[in-house]
Design a protein around this ligand. Sequence first.
Ligand SMILES: C[S@@+](CC[C@H](N)C(=O)[O-])C[C@H]1O[C@@H](n2cnc3c(N)ncnc32)[C@H](O)[C@@H]1O
Length: 248
Amino acid sequence: MEGVDELKKQNDDVLPQQNRDVEDDDPLVLSSQALAALQEFIADQNKTVTTTTPPPSTLAGEDKVELVTEDWRLSQFWYEPETAETVAEEVFTLSSRFSGCRVACIACPTLYVYLKKKDPSLNVQLLEYDMRFERYGSEFTFYDYNEPEDLPPHLKHCFHIIVADPPYLSKECLERVTQTVSFLATPVDSLLLLLTGDVQRGRAGEMLGVRPCVFKPHHSSKLGNEFRLFLSYDPGTRLGGLEEEEDS
Ligand SMILES: C[S@@+](CC[C@H](N)C(=O)[O-])C[C@H]1O[C@@H](n2cnc3c(N)ncnc32)[C@H](O)[C@@H]1O
C-alpha cells in the first residue's frame, strides 16, 4: 500500500491546482473518489478469500483453503471446491506410481493450493503469470504462454505429472501450452491432465493425445462454456472413467 499512499500524497499536493485553467500537459490528477476506488481495488486484489471444502474426510487437518481473489482480466476462474478436491485426489493417487514424483501445475493455482493442503511434502511446481503467486517461493515459476519454453532449464523434462488449465480457448493458446508440456514432461512415462473447454476437444486430442473423462470440472463463477477434464491415460473407474468414443 506504500505506492498508494505515495500516490495520495502526490495527489493531495496537486489538488489545490484544480481550480486553475487546465493545460494539456498538466499532470494527471485523480479525484478523491477515484483514489478511494483505486485503493479499494488494490486492497481487493491482495486479499485472500477463504473457501470451505467438501467433507474434510480426505483432507488432513482443517478444511479451510485460502485463495486470492479472481482477476477476470487474467481469465481467472477458480474451481469449485469439489472440483479442486477431486482433481487433487486424482493427482495424489497417480503420484504413488513414481518415486520422487514431481508435479507441474500450469496456470491452475487453485489445484496447487489443494495439493499442498493434501500433502505438504508433495513436490509441486506452479507455473503462473500472476505474480501474486510469488508468495509460494521457489515452488512458483513465472510463466507466460506466449513464451512457452522461456523457462528455467532445470525444469526441463523432469515432471511425471502435468496438469494444465490454459487461460484461453484458442488454438494458438493450446499450441503454445502443448510446447510447454513437451518441455516439462519426463521423456517416457509422464501423465497429463488438461482442463479446458469442450470446444477444444478435437484439438486437444490431436495435439496432446488426450481424451475426456466423465467427471466434469465446475467453477465458482458460473461460466457459459462447458469444461472438461482430458486425460492422457486410462483412469479405470476413477473420475467416472474415460468417456465412450462416439462412432464417426
Ligand atoms: C482459466 S484460469 C485457470 C485457473 C484454474 N481454474 C484454477 O482454479 O486454478 C487460467 C489461468 O491462466 C493464468 N494466465 C493468465 N494469463 C496468462 C498468460 N499470459 N500466460 C500464462 N498464464 C496466464 C491466469 O492467471 C489463470 O490462473
